[in-house]
Design a protein around this ligand. Structure first.
Ligand SMILES: NC(=O)C1=CN([C@@H]2O[C@H](COP(=O)(O)OP(=O)(O)OC[C@H]3O[C@@H](n4cnc5c(N)ncnc54)[C@H](OP(=O)(O)O)[C@@H]3O)[C@@H](O)[C@H]2O)C=CC1
Ligand SMILES: O=CC(=O)O
Length: 313
């Protein structure tokens, strides 16, 4: 079995040795331009078109992340990049759900305990106890209730918050009210105080967090974007922050990354920023998952994690 690997920043040696150890029967190599020797599987992130095109012999391509938007958008321009019938897999959880839970829970508690307000008071050397917020007025809405959104929603429900989620199909997560489809989006938004985005980037979800949507949230809402920058219209968020409709935002992803130095988001006192690391690929967990999936394919089973090219996620 031959496996080729390409990632613009990961330590290729670590991945080659790790995969080799997990699949001793495999021969794993870092793909180099000009290498068109046969391969059974490809592990990729931002793959050059020539790495995959024409490789009809592939039994699977593995995206080394959860979101496959960058691969799918490249496929639009170069459909030959994924030969017909070759399945595309992505990482499901592999340690990312826990990271997303840590990120979301810590920030929700930060807002709920009004640490942002106390930080602002501290700047003025003001000793001033504020009114408590109450769980019943702190409804959390998670946009996108898949592998990551579902786990985030459940972890926040465990803290006693009213939690709801929105997805294409109905969910049954513990302590979480499920809304599904475009027809239930308004109901989901109505009363949502904290909006957390974990949708995939698809033509249906681009620009979904816009003025219209923000205006449907509870007054003084909080917005956390953990999915993709293109989901959020940044100017609409800034307007909602300035009007007071949105009280604070925590952003991990941006329409343009790295976020340009002249973006007004940097200087906004009620916007917190992290550089797209809410949940990163953990090599060891990812390799265990990929090796298991490869074994399932080799045994003729149908593993999970296959991307639907029709749905775009
Ligand atoms: N900032 C970061 O560091 C990271 C960001 N991400 C982002 O998080 C995203 C989510 O990952 P993951 O949870 O694994 O993905 P999943 O595919 O498991 O979940 C996606 C969810 O979105 C729902 N959804 C998709 N399209 C629509 C739509 N049009 N309307 C309503 N709901 C929709 C799906 O509904 P249904 O269940 O019904 O299909 C599903 O619940 C990734 O695509 C990636 O962009 C991921 C990792 C790290
Ligand atoms: O943003 C990261 C991913 O895995 O998707």
């Amino acid at each position: 079995m031959d496996i080729i690997f390409h990632h613009p920043t990961f330590n290729a040696q670590q991945w080659i040795e790790g995969m080799q150890q997990k699949l001793p029967e495999a021969s794993v190599r870092q793909w180099q331009p000009g290498d068109n020797q046969p391969a059974d599987y490809a592990l990729v992130w931002h793959p050059p078109v020539e790495m995959l095109s024409g490789r009809q012999e592939l039994k699977g391509v593995f995206a080394l992340g959860a979101g496959v938007d960058s691969i799918l958008s490249k496929l639009q321009a170069h459909p030959e990049m994924l030969p017909k019938g070759v399945p595309l897999f992505r990482l499901e959880d592999t340690g990312m759900a826990l990271q997303m839970q840590e990120y979301a829970v810590s920030q929700v508690l930060h807002w709920f305990r009004r640490f942002d307000d106390y930080q602002a008071l501290k700047q003025q050397a003001k000793w001033q106890p504020l009114d408590d917020y109450h769980h019943e007025n702190f409804t959390i809405g998670v946009l996108g209730a898949g592998v990551l959104g579902g786990k985030v929603a459940e972890s926040l429900a465990a803290w006693g918050f009213p939690v709801r989620c929105w997805s294409r199909s109905k969910k049954d997560y513990h302590g979480v009210t499920s809304y599904a489809g475009a027809e239930q989006l308004d109901e989901f938004l109505n009363g949502t105080r904290v909006l957390i985005n974990l949708l995939p980037n698809t033509p249906q979800t681009v620009g979904i967090i816009n003025s219209q949507l923000l205006n449907k949230l509870a007054d003084g809402a909080y917005v956390m974007n953990l999915a993709r920058g293109v989901h959020l219209i940044e100017d609409d968020l800034l307007a909602a922050l300035d009007s007071g409709k949105v009280k604070s935002a925590m952003l991990d992803v941006f329409a343009k990354e790295p976020l340009p130095e002249n973006s007004p988001l940097w200087k906004h006192p009620r916007v917190a920023i992290t550089p797209h690391l809410a949940a990163v690929t953990r090599p060891e967990e990812a390799m265990v998952y990929i090796a298991k999936t490869i074994r399932q394919i080799e045994n003729g089973e149908s593993p999970g994690g296959q991307v639907s090219l029709d749905n775009g996620y």
